[in-house]
Design a protein around this ligand. Sequence first.
Ligand code: BES
Ligand code: MN
Ligand code: ZN
Length: 495
Amino acid sequence: MQISFQKTLGESSGTLVLGVFEERALTRSAQIIDSQIQGTLKKAIENSPFSGKKDEIISIVAPHGIQNNQILLVGLGNPKGMSSLDFQQLGGKLMAALCKGKDTQVVVDIMDDKIRQLPEMIANVAAGMNLRSWKFDKYKTKKKEESHLKELVFITPEPTVSEKAFEPLKHIAEGVALTRHVVSEPPNILYPESMAEIASELKRLKVGVEVLDEKHMKKLGMGALLGVGQGSIRESKLIVLEWMHGPKGEPPVAFIGKGVTFDTGGISIKPSNGMEDMKYDMAGSGVVLGLFKALALRGAKVNAVGIMGMVENMPSGSAQRPADVVTSMSGQTIEVINTDAEGRLVLADALWYTQDRFKPQAMIDLATLTGAISVALGWEYAGIFSNNDELVRKLTDAGNNVGEKLWRLPMGDSYDKDIDSEIADVKNTGSGRGAGSITAAQFLQRFVNNVPWAHLDIAGMAWEKKGKPLVGKGASAFGVRLLNEFLMKYYEDRT
Ligand code: BES
Ligand code: MN
Ligand code: ZN
């Protein structure tokens, strides 16, 4: 799909998109068209429930007196209250509506002086359309007719300003697309080694990529991570990404992702119903990967490292058992009560490795860690757990800016006691008295020293079941835009 920005509306034949403010007030550009087609737009609005409220859309098919096959009117609501996120979401909804049509060319003209920062806002509409247009049809041998949209043209008073604003947004969307891609791939195609190969492609963008194999991890003493992978014929990997383009000598911000490429539960096996969902149990690592692609493409002036703990959790003769005791890289011993509480075991070693090697200024881990997080928060917010109020504030704020919302849950000593083991230093599940997401976070914290740390439980957010403005059904890449914004706002913008 080709996206371009132009100053004037030339002849076009496909769909023309025009804007309407609340209370049926046509934008400037809509007024001009309306006068050319004898008030058809006004008449259409008067004869429909459409009133220009935010995100309302109506279609006028085969309008008389103009070349276009279709005019779409989109509601802009009150232009004063609209943020760049609102414009992105508008673009997303527009794209969802356009996918149902069959035009190959779409021209979007929502010009009006009442919209502040108009050229930038138009770039945000483009970004929203771009994000929503992603789909995964790699395994469809008969591509649906609907992959028809080829050309998107945006009318803007200042094309170069719009283009400049679109640049980073386009790069972020490419990172999002990579995340959605790896999360969507089936587990026979995407496993630790193939993920490492995909990650290695980022070398072309000057991202440092290192892959630690089992032998290497064994040497480092990563008994917790290796225990999870020992039942699988696929070799576990630890993938390390480095993007150090910020101030020299400044410690990096570290992002750690859970990368369980398939979670059967292991010997504590999951019920077969819905087990297929567990291909996206590597979404945390997928987010880290997409984030680094976005950082590299847009040349972010920041020091960042990404650590992806890649394993497959399978039952077999060599699999870890409930009751096994493993020794983690930190030296702490862990009693494995439930082999399905595997993500925390992987992260225990990944977190320890990260702080040990990189001495980061902050560590943020992402993991589809617990089903319990959706019991608490549903599918609206990811859970955030942290030892640092400031870090929570920054991450929550960044999430609000991009529409990836976080809600903090408590931590504390009484929860921590719940994971004391009778025979080892710690056990990998609580004693079943509720708060499953919190005891999981407490477990992680046992592997965090004095570093500002936040844990994002994205189990409810990684896979979109219904469709939202910026994401259709499927892998959401929740976290990529949030973490990009977090870095951009709090670590790059130091003027
Ligand atoms: N990968 C799952 C969590 C999950 C559930 C992710 C649903 C995405 C959607 C995790 O490894 C798991 O199995 N957690 C257990 C923990 C329990 C055994 C303490 C859970 O949530 O039931
Ligand atoms: Mn599990
Ligand atoms: Zn899991």
